[in-house]
Ligand binder design. Sequence first.
Ligand code: SAH
Ligand code: SF4
Length: 437
Amino acid sequence: MNVYDSERMTDVLAAAGYGPAASPAEADLIILNTCHIRERAAEKLFSELGRLRRLKEARAAEGGRLRLAVAGCVAQAEGAEILARAPFVDLVFGPQTYHRLPALLTQAEEHGATIDTDFPAEGKFDFLPQQRAAGGGPVAFLAIQEGCDKFCSFCVVPYTRGAEQSRPADAVLAEAKRLAAAGAREITLLGQNVNAWRGAGPDGGTWPLARLLFALAEIPGLLRLRYTTSHPRDMTPDLIAAHAKIPALMPFLHLPVQSGSDAVLARMHRGHRVADYLRAVERLRSARPDIALSSDFIVGHPGESEADFEATLALVREVGFAQAFSFKYSPRPGTPAAAAPEQIPEPEKAARLAALQALLRAQQSRFNEAMVGQALPVLLTGPGRHPGQLAGRSPYLQPVHLHASREWLGSIRTVRILAAHPNSLAATIEPEEHAAA
Ligand code: SAH
Ligand code: SF4
């Protein structure tokens, strides 16, 4: 979502006459777009600001001017504190107000350091310029839903991104058409709870996500669809069925479970049990037998016992994940879990994380190795690591590297997988693809 927001800030600033700078040293304006999800992410801001302060002072000494802004969820949560700790910052604004950037920059110019952490009544999407009208690559993000009303015990998102909001179907379809016309072949729909999307439909009714996916699959040029991040509670039967019926919907789903213990899930206020998750997985697999699954896990949530953690390992063994993200629980200011008395000691969290990650890594390697020898349709997305190489994406979101002509960028080619690495695959183009080209 932050990558998407940064791209959209670029769109807003382009309309105001700004262009991208090659390096901080050449920039007139630097925006740090920040993440507040875990403490470590937030800490990076102040060390980065320290570096930029020196750049700003050096610029001033030469008679020039550098403006510094802080955006994103740390800005939203700690706006005033940022200006107190780093008074050389010109502008602080949250994730819901970046459509106002040109006006905010003018305000900072005229009145000094400015903070805008509103949750405005007007939705930013109605005010943003069109998304990257020209020159986008073959893969694109499209935000369709923002914010969250679920209030999991550990999570800052409902406080920093605000209430859950779904964009209307018309607006999403129009943007997807523009992206496809500009060269996008794969679109990933974004939302903190993307599968909870319920948007106004052009027919006056409310559409669920499955209906939107059917409509998106009709757009010429759009070959692949994905959506992320989904909540197990919103994995409805119609959405599961869409995985059987829409070939463009890729067989990979990020469906975070967080924990394999019902007691911990209840403490987390997740609103589902382990059995509900396993049932969703089983239904997804019967709809789309080759579907690969990914998840997020938190270890060391307050009150997590050794037996609870063992239950998480058991769930991982039972499901088998193609890929996953796992984190030590990080207390976030203002969230209920941060105030819970049963905090888990740091060394315990570290040991649990190491054990979980070893298991997840082994599953990911096994999943990647199972691809060797297979022929897979790969979307060629950009230049590869070495001259003559291109990089692409498998249906299962694995990065694929191969030697191929640049003219094939943006096309889907059948490739033979030669080797598996922990985080990517090496492939060669099938001879019939050469003949067809
Ligand atoms: N909406 C998504 C997740 C959004 S946050 C969902 O409900 O699944 C992305 C991930 O960050 C979460 O899935 C969780 O695993 C992790 N996360 C969130 N808050 C955290 C915290 N306080 N400590 C550690 N990890 C956290
Ligand atoms: Fe955070 Fe996701 Fe829970 Fe919402 S559903 S509070 S975004 S973890």
